[in-house]
Design a protein around this ligand. Sequence first.
Ligand SMILES: Nc1ncnc2c1ncn2[C@@H]1O[C@H](COP(=O)(O)OP(=O)(O)OP(=O)(O)O)[C@@H](O)[C@H]1O
Ligand SMILES: [Mg+2]
Length: 337
Amino acid sequence: MDAKKLAEVGRLIAVNPSSVAARLAELEGITRQAASARLASLKNAGVIAVAGNGRGVKYALLDTVREVRSYPISGLSEDWVWREQCAPVVKDLPENVRGIWHHGVTEMVNNAIDHSGSTDVQVGIARNALSTKVWVSDHGEGIFLRIQRALNLYDARESILELAKGKFTTDPANHSGEGIFFSSKMFDHFSIRSGALFFMHDSNQPDVLFEKTNSDHGTLVVMELENDSERTTREVFDQFALPEEFSFAKTIVPVRLAQHEGEKLVSRSQAKRLTRRFERFQTVILDFSGVEEIGQAFADEVFRVFQNAHPQITMAPIKATEAVTAMISRARIGLGR
Ligand SMILES: Nc1ncnc2c1ncn2[C@@H]1O[C@H](COP(=O)(O)OP(=O)(O)OP(=O)(O)O)[C@@H](O)[C@H]1O
Ligand SMILES: [Mg+2]
């Protein structure tokens, strides 16, 4: 069965483990018996598991590949990890999907090599009928602490805001700070766990940040993509380039990441945290989803003071509530242009 057909069955099971044969029959326009036979052959091939019988039968997806390897970092190249461990697992998937995997795996393994300070890195890959997952983990300093230290940030949570803006690197001589920004947007799920923080980017959902009570050393990055995804690396890059330009000129900043739990965005210092490094971009889209309201001083600092000091930057708020829009309009009245 090709990747697309297999992923369709996988999606039916992922959505609901029951009445899979009936839904498969409907989706494919085949008889219920033919659908059951197809499921039976997938069970025999070890692709799915079946429990119960009759109306109570339930299906589950099985990993057809699951492999974890550990590599000493000294002398390691990210391309080698890609070619040896990951490329063979995805070799039959569509070209756009392989392109995303090549990008994500090499960027995240390169990060462990160049930034973690760890002596080794573990790379795991698992594939089922619906999707493939890769995780990269090291035992180094931890990404959020490293960024906190480099920028002298008061709170490690601010590191996530800097990563979300893009073009952030602690090693500008050798890097451009684009690895996590673009990789995170290519996958259906992308998460980073480090220390007590857990950052999650899900396609079509606002980014979220959790705090955990137990804190782990090092950094764990998890990437997951459906095997029949139609996304391409190109379309993700193009989203952040301005028309007629090929460079990374535009960013979308989830403003809610500047708002820590239980806080409201009211002060000038919060505004300065938000606008830090905006001057690296020509266009900054401010995504206000999850932000109910903002205070006058915050709005004034972002939309009047910062804008007046940087008239060349286009700042565009999106997904703002009425209360937020009103505050922004009020601040913009005082703009000197
Ligand atoms: N595994 C890690 N351990 C510690 N710090 C990390 C790790 N991965 C990333 N970082 C930190 O996060 C920053 C951003 O990573 P990102 O991959 O986005 O950019 P970069 O590696 O600096 O540049 P580029 O990926 O464009 O070469 C890095 O500069 C580094 O400070
Ligand atoms: Mg990188």
